[in-house]
Ligand binder design. Structure first.
Ligand code: PEP
Ligand code: MN
Length: 369
């Protein structure tokens, strides 16, 4: 479902941002010196907004749960010294009031709060009538509606300076990422709310320093508006997220190494070439759809034969054979095993749907006249 949001530019303070908007600072404020030193060093690079977690939502108890309100003062001081706006995470009404009282410039809602409509609504109500930018992280679970719902709640409370932050989605099991990016979800968010700036948070997606650059570059190539990167003066000693934080100089290096490609160019030859290639893609897509329709007709026929002979729809050995062989065939054409499995899982689901319809169709008895 699409929603119409009233979106204004994220920040209309003294500075105007150029793409990418870069938000950086420590995962958690730990001491006055750590916050000030990190921010001073970051300000030497193209960093637009300073961040620090003051109240930390930790997965398990007995971890460092944030320094609390005193950290707001340190961050505000860092903002004053560097001339940069500062942002913090708020998870409840108390956090909102304390941040507003301290003159924090921008708020963000964390992934563990976006999942909870009660919490988001309370924050939105507390912000009614306040003109402050709010960035909303995706919920921990891959639920676009929940992400949009949080943005909608804030917008209905009068917040127009909104942005989404893509920080990836929780997974169970082994993965190269701490939080799976599932890029298709922020891409769909951008399609549904085109004016909404979206910032990618490679730090929480990766959970490790060595692949931050690749994810940051990918975000730029996917036309994200900005990046949120966690920086710390002594990352390995950080009280939270030690594995993913980088020293401010590395953050600067990541930003400086980004290749920013244009979304489009006004070059007639280039536009014609793209147009031709897109026409070719459209033709191939038409063929794919026709062929899939044909495949489903055959599946219906199989369903009819199975019905006549009283056998079940699902034939596990045949299905196993298909998955194995199609992956091998796909690899010969440069298609990954994962892609082939996903495509064939979808085709199989659709095929079963067609066969089920045939199986359960009640034959109309000829009318006796
Ligand atoms: C954070 O930004 O430090 C944080 C807690 O992030 P998330 O809500 O994405 O887990
Ligand atoms: Mn963090």
């Amino acid at each position: 479902m699409n929603v119409q949001l009233d979106i204004a530019p994220l920040y209309t303070g003294e500075m105007s941002f150029t793409r990418p908007v870069v938000v950086s600072g420590p995962c958690s404020a730990e001491s006055e010196e750590q916050v000030l030193e990190t921010c001073r060093r970051l300000a030497k690079y193209k960093v637009d907004i300073l961040r620090a977690g003051i109240w930390k939502p930790r997965t398990r108890p007995n971890c460092f749960e944030g320094i609390g309100s005193v950290g707001l003062k340190w961050l505000k001081q860092a903002g004053k010294e560097t001339g940069l706006p500062v942002c913090v995470e708020v998870a409840n009404v108390k956090h909102v009031y304390e941040s507003l009282r301290m003159g924090i410039d921008i708020l963000w809602i964390g992934a563990r709060t976006t999942v909870n409509p009660f919490a988001v609504q309370e924050i939105a109500d507390a912000l009614r009538g306040v003109d402050i930018p709010v960035m909303v992280k995706n919920p921990v679970n891959p639920d676009l509606a929940l992400w949009m719902g949080a943005l909608e709640r804030l917008n209905q409370a009068g917040i127009t300076k909104l942005a989404g932050i893509h920080r990836g989605f929780s997974t169970y099991g082994k993965s190269k990422y701490r939080n799976n990016p599932q890029w298709e979800i922020p891409i769909e968010l951008k399609r549904r709310i085109p004016d909404l700036p979206i910032i990618c948070d490679p730090s929480h997606i990766c959970g490790r320093r060595d692949i931050l650059q690749d994810v940051a570059q990918k975000a730029m190539d996917l036309n994200f508006d900005g990046l949120m990167i966690e920086s710390h003066i002594n990352p390995s000693k950080a009280l939270s997220d030690a594995k993913q934080q980088v020293v401010p100089e590395r953050c600067g290096e990541i930003i400086n190494s980004l290749v920013l490609r244009d979304q489009s160019k006004d070059d007639a030859v280039l536009l014609n070439t793209l147009e031709d290639l897109r026409t070719e893609i459209d033709q191939v897509d038409n063929e794919i759809i026709e062929i899939m329709g044909k495949r489903m007709k055959i599946a219906q026929e199989i369903g009819r034969v199975k019905k006549e002979n009283g056998i079940q729809i699902l034939q596990p050995t045949r299905w196993d054979h298909i998955i194995q062989h199609r992956s091998e065939q796909g690899e010969k054409h440069g298609l990954t095993g994962q892609f082939m499995t996903e495509v064939y899982n979808s085709i199989h689901t659709e095929s079963i749907r067609h066969q089920t319809k045939v199986m359960n169709k009640v034959e109309e008895k000829p009318k006796v006249v």
